[in-house]
Design a protein around this ligand. Structure first.
Ligand SMILES: NC(=O)c1ccc[n+]([C@@H]2O[C@H](COP(=O)([O-])OP(=O)(O)OC[C@H]3O[C@@H](n4cnc5c(N)ncnc54)[C@H](O)[C@@H]3O)[C@@H](O)[C@H]2O)c1
Length: 248
C-alpha cells in the first residue's frame, strides 16, 4: 500500500519507520505544517495516516475527506468535535478510523478495565479512579485513552456518573464522581492505571507502553483493514470495529 503521512513528529516518524521496514508498503508523501494540504495532496495514495495536533487535524479534515482516500487518525484532543466529524465523514462518502490509542496491548487493557468496572458495580465497598502518565511534550490532557477508559467505566458502573478532570481545592470528591488524573513527567511513552479500592483490598489494572512502535504498527495494520472496508462500506470506524472483527 502507498501511504501519505500527515505529521512528521514523534509518531509520524515512528509510522514511517514501520512502513519502511515492512518491505511491502511505501510512503507516497509526508506532509507537515510547512505544506498546504489539499485533496490533491493525496492523489495516488491508498491510505492517509494523521498524527498531528487538534487544530491541524480539524483544519486538514475537509481536504482529507474530499480526496476519498481512507484516513486513519491517531491525533487526540478533539473529542468535543466527534459528532461533527462523524457527520462530515458520512456526508463525504469517504472513510475515517479513529483511535486514541492504536496499541493492541492498550485495547486489551481497556476491555479488561471495562470488565473490572462491571464486576465491582454491584458491590458498593469498591471505589474506582483512573490515572494517566505521559511525557511533558504531550499537548492535551487527560489523554484520549484515559477519556475512553472513563467512558467505558461510566457506561458499566452506575455508581459513577460524571468525570472529574481536576479536583477542586475547596471540596471533597463526590461518591458518584470518577476522577481521571493526569501526570506529565519526563519521557514516559504512556502509562494508564485503573485503581479499585475497598477497605479490605486494592486492585490495580495497569498498562505501560515500552516504546511508540506499538502505536505505529497498530495504525498501519488498521489502515490496511480500513482500505479494504472502504471499498464496500465507507464510513466512520474505531479500533473497536477492527478488534471486534479480529476477535469474532
Ligand atoms: N492514537 C495513538 O495511538 C497515539 C499515540 C501517541 C500519540 N498520539 C497523538 O498523536 C498526536 C501527535 O503526537 P506526536 O507525539 O507525534 O506529536 P509531535 O508534536 O511530535 O508532532 C506533531 C506533528 O504535527 C505536525 N503539524 C502541526 N500542524 C500541522 C498542519 N497544519 N499540517 C500538517 N502537520 C502539522 C507538526 O509538524 C509535527 O510534525 C498527538 O495528538 C498525540 O496525543 C496518539
Amino acid at each position: 500500500m502507498k501511504f501519505t503521512l500527515v505529521g512528521n513528529g514523534r509518531m509520524g516518524q515512528q509510522v514511517a519507520g514501520v512502513i519502511n521496514r515492512s518491505g511491502v508498503h511505501e510512503i507516497a508523501a509526508v506532509l507537515d505544517d510547512r505544506n498546504l494540504v489539499t485533496a490533491e495532496s493525496f492523489l495516488g495514495s491508498d491510505a492517509i495516516i494523521d498524527f498531528t495536533v487538534r487544530e491541524a487535524f480539524l483544519q486538514n479534515l475537509p481536504a482529507m475527506l474530499q480526496s476519498r482516500v481512507p484516513v486513519v487518525v491517531g491525533t487526540t484532543g478533539w473529542d468535543d468535535e466527534m459528532a461533527d466529524v462523524k457527520q462530515r465523514v458520512a456526508a463525504s462518502g469517504s472513510s475515517l478510523l479513529y483511535s486514541a490509542n492504536f496499541s493492541l496491548g492498550v485495547n486489551i487493557f481497556l476491555r479488561t478495565v471495562r470488565e473490572a468496572a462491571r464486576l465491582i458495580a454491584p458491590f458498593d465497598q469498591f471505589d474506582i479512579a483512573f490515572s494517566e502518565h505521559h511525557h511533558t511534550g504531550k499537548a492535551d490532557f487527560p489523554s484520549g485513552t484515559a477519556l475512553r477508559a472513563a467512558e467505558m467505566i461510566l457506561s458499566v458502573n452506575p455508581r459513577k456518573k460524571t468525570l472529574v478532570r481536576q479536583l477542586s481545592e475547596d471540596r471533597k470528591i463526590a461518591a458518584d464522581e470518577l476522577q481521571v488524573a493526569a501526570l506529565r513527567v519526563g519521557t514516559v511513552f504512556g502509562k494508564h492505571t485503573a485503581f479499585i479500592d475497598s477497605e479490605m483490598d486494592e486492585i490495580e489494572v495497569s498498562h505501560t507502553a515500552k516504546n511508540r512502535e506499538g502505536f505505529a504498527a497498530g495504525a498501519v495494520r488498521t489502515a490496511k483493514w480500513l482500505a479494504a472496508r472502504h471499498t464496500t462500506s465507507p464510513g466512520f470506524y474505531t479500533m473497536d470495529d477492527f478488534l471486534n472483527e479480529m476477535l469474532a
